[in-house]
Design a protein around this ligand. Structure first.
Ligand code: B12
Ligand code: SF4
Length: 477
C-alpha cells in the first residue's frame, strides 16, 4: 500500500514540475513513507480538447460561471482520474492546490474519490486553499465530508503528522522558521522531466531561496501566506543550484521566491558564488523588483549575467507613480529606467507584469502606463522585453479586499465585475476598454503581433468571455 499520493491540478503552464508536491514527497520518503506524485495538470493537457482547455480558466476563476457541457466533461474526466487514484491504493491522498483557481476541480475530484471509496483519506493543502479569514472552501470540504483534513500553510513539517494519522479537520500551520524548511529537498522520481519544457528548449527545476516578501503590496496576499520574510544564504542557494547542475545536468532553474532580490545581500552573494564556481554554465529566471541605482550597481548586473540571469518577471503594475504609491510598490520611474536599461544592455530579458484598472486608476494614470510601454518599445523590438497583463482582480486575502468598499453587480463571488466607491465610474467595461487600448499600443510598439503571444491570446479570450457575461448580467439587473 502507498502511504501518500500527492496530486497537482490544472491549469498550469508546463514549465517545471510542481515544486510543492515534489518537496512534500521528498519529506515523506525521507521519513520512511512510501510516497508518490501525480501531476493531473499534464494529464489534463494530454487528454482534453483545446476548447475545454481554453474555457477552463473562466470556469476555474469565476464562481458564477456555469456551462453544462463543460461541467459534464469535467465530471467525466474527474471520475476517470478518481478511479485511477483509487487503483494506486493510497492511504492518504494529498491534494496540493497552487492557487485558488484549482479549488473547483479539486473539489470535484475529491467528491468522486469519496463516492468510489468513502474510506479513502484526503488531505488538501497549498496556497490555493485560500488565505482569507472566512475560509469558506475549507469549511465546505470538511463539513460535507469531501476531505478529512484541510491545511493552511507550509507542509514540510505537518506532512509527517498527516501520514502518522494525527491530523484531522481544519488546521493552521504558523509560518515555519528557516531551519524548519530549508533542508527539505524536492524528489522528482515520478516526473518525466523532459515534459516540462513549455516556453523553453530544455527541462528546468524549481528552487526556493526565500519565503514571504519585503513588500506589502495592497493587492497581493503574500503577507497573509507568509507574514515574515525569511531567506537562505546566497552561498546555500548557489550550492543547491550547483549540485543539481553537476548531479543531474540541469542547466535551467526557476525561482519560486516572491522576489529573488528581496535580500540584495543574499542575491549578490549567490551570484558571486556561482560566478566563482561555474560561470556562464546555468541560467535562471525568477521574480524581481526594481531597485534604486544606489543599492544595485552596474557591477552587480555584470555578475548576474555571468551567474546565469536569463529573464526576470517584474511586477511593474502601472506606469503611474501615484498608482504604484497607493499599491505600496515603492519604486520610482527613475528606478524603472535605470534597471531596465542595465538589464537590457546585458541581454537579460524582462517580462513586465501589469495590472490594469487598479481601483484608484484614473484615465491620466492609465495614460502613464501607455507612455511607459512606448518608452520601452525599443527593448521589446530587440526581443528583450515582453508583457503580461491582467485586469485588477478582486480576491480575498489581499489587503485591499478588506480596505475598500467594493460593489458587485452579480454576487460577492465574482472577482471581475466590481466597482469601488472611490472610483465609481470605472466599471468592468471601462477596465476592458483600457485593456484593448493597452494591447493595441503594445502591438504598435512591437511587444507582440497579437497572435504570437499565447498568454495575450488567452487573456483576451478570457476577458471577451467575461465581458459577454457582464453584459448579460447587467442587462438582466
Ligand atoms: C511559480 C508560480 C506560478 C507558476 C506555476 C508554475 C508551475 N508549474 O508550478 C504560474 C506562472 C503558472 C502561476 C500561475 C498562477 N498563480 Co502562481 N505562483 C507561483 C509562485 C511564485 C511559486 C509557486 C511555488 O512553486 N512555490 C514553492 C512551493 C514549494 O510552494 P507551494 O507549492 O505553495 O507548496 C508549499 C505549501 O503551499 C504547502 N503545500 C502545498 N501543497 C500541499 C498539500 C498538502 C496536503 C499540505 C499539507 C501542504 C501543501 O507545502 C509546500 C511547502 O511549504 C507562488 C508564490 C510562492 N512564492 O509560492 C505564486 C502563487 C502560488 N500564485 C498565485 C496565483 C494567484 C496564481 C494565478 C491564479 C495568477 C493568475 N491570475 O493567473 C495563476 C494560477 C494558475 C492558473 N492559471 O490556474 C498565488 C496564489 C494565491 C492564492 N491564495 O490563490 C501565489 C501564492 C502568489 C501570490 N502572490 O499570491 N504561478
Ligand atoms: S506583489 Fe510582489 S512585491 Fe508586492 S508583496 Fe506581492 S510578491 Fe511582494
Amino acid at each position: 500500500m502507498l502511504d501518500c499520493l500527492l496530486i497537482s491540478f490544472p491549469l498550469l503552464r508546463i514549465e517545471f514540475p510542481p515544486l510543492g508536491p515534489a518537496i512534500l514527497n521528498g519529506v515523506a520518503l525521507d521519513n520512511g513513507y512510501k510516497s508518490k506524485c501525480r501531476d493531473l495538470n499534464i494529464e489534463f493537457m494530454d487528454e482534453m480538447d483545446s476548447e475545454t482547455i481554453q474555457e477552463f480558466p473562466v470556469f476555474a476563476e469565476d464562481g458564477t460561471y456555469y456551462n453544462s457541457t463543460l461541467t459534464r466533461k469535467l465530471i467525466r474526466w474527474a471520475r476517470k482520474k478518481a478511479l485511477a487514484i483509487v487503483e494506486e491504493n493510497p492511504r492518504w491522498v494529498c491534494m496540493s492546490l497552487l492557487a485558488f483557481t484549482q479549488q473547483k476541480i479539486c473539489r470535484i475530484i475529491c467528491s468522486e474519490l469519496k463516492r468510489i471509496n468513502p474510506d479513502i483519506q484526503i488531505a488538501v493543502g497549498g496556497n490555493g486553499v485560500s488565505s482569507h479569514k472566512q475560509d469558506p472552501y475549507a469549511n465546505d470540504m470538511i463539513k460535507n465530508k469531501i476531505a478529512d483534513a484541510v491545511i493552511f500553510g507550509e507542509g514540510e513539517q505537518i506532512i509527517k503528522d498527516i501520514l502518522a494519522d494525527k491530523i484531522w479537520g481544519i488546521h493552521r500551520v504558523d509560518q515555519l522558521k528557516l531551519e524548519e524548511w530549508q533542508y527539505s529537498y524536492p524528489n522528482y522520481d515520478d516526473f518525466d522531466l523532459s515534459r516540462y519544457t513549455e516556453r523553453q528548449d530544455q527541462p528546468s527545476l524549481g528552487i526556493t531561496g526565500s519565503k514571504g516578501c519585503v513588500r506589502r503590496c495592497t493587492f497581493c496576499d503574500v503577507v497573509s501566506l507568509w507574514p515574515k520574510y525569511n531567506f537562505r544564504t546566497g552561498k546555500d542557494v548557489a550550492q543547491e543550484l550547483i549540485t543539481n547542475y553537476e548531479r543531474y545536468g540541469i542547466k535551467r532553474f526557476q525561482f519560486s521566491d516572491s522576489l529573488m532580490n528581496g535580500s540584495i545581500t543574499a542575491f549578490r552573494e549567490m551570484n558571486e558564488e556561482i560566478v566563482a564556481r561555474i560561470p556562464n554554465k546555468i541560467t535562471y529566471v525568477g521574480q524581481y523588483i526594481f531597485r534604486p541605482k544606489k543599492h544595485v550597481k552596474e557591477h552587480d548586473y555584470d555578475m548576474m549575467k555571468k551567474a546565469g540571469a536569463h529573464e526576470f518577471f517584474i511586477g511593474v503594475e502601472s506606469g503611474s507613480e501615484r498608482v504604484r504609491d497607493h499599491m505600496k510598490k515603492k519604486f520610482s520611474n527613475d528606478d524603472i529606467d535605470f534597471t531596465a536599461r542595465c538589464l537590457g544592455e546585458r541581454g537579460i530579458k524582462q517580462r513586465w507584469l501589469f495590472i490594469l484598472g487598479y481601483p484608484t486608476e484614473t484615465e491620466e494614470d492609465f495614460e502613464d502606463t501607455i507612455s511607459l510601454l512606448r518608452r520601452f518599445g525599443y527593448l521589446a523590438r530587440q526581443g528583450l522585453l515582453n508583457l503580461a497583463v491582467r485586469i485588477y482582480y478582486n480576491y480575498p486575502g489581499a489587503p485591499l479586499y478588506d480596505e475598500l468598499a467594493f460593489h458587485n453587480i452579480a454576487d460577492a463571488i465574482n472577482p471581475y465585475f466590481w466597482t469601488a466607491e472611490i472610483n465609481p465610474d470605472m466599471d468592468f467595461e471601462a477596465r476592458y476598454q483600457r485593456l484593448r487600448k493597452y494591447i493595441n499600443v503594445a502591438i504598435q510598439e512591437g511587444y507582440f503581433t497579437g497572435d504570437d503571444d499565447e498568454d495575450i491570446v488567452n487573456v483576451l479570450a478570457e476577458y471577451n468571455r467575461a465581458r459577454e457575461r457582464y453584459w448579460q448580467l447587467k442587462n438582466a439587473s
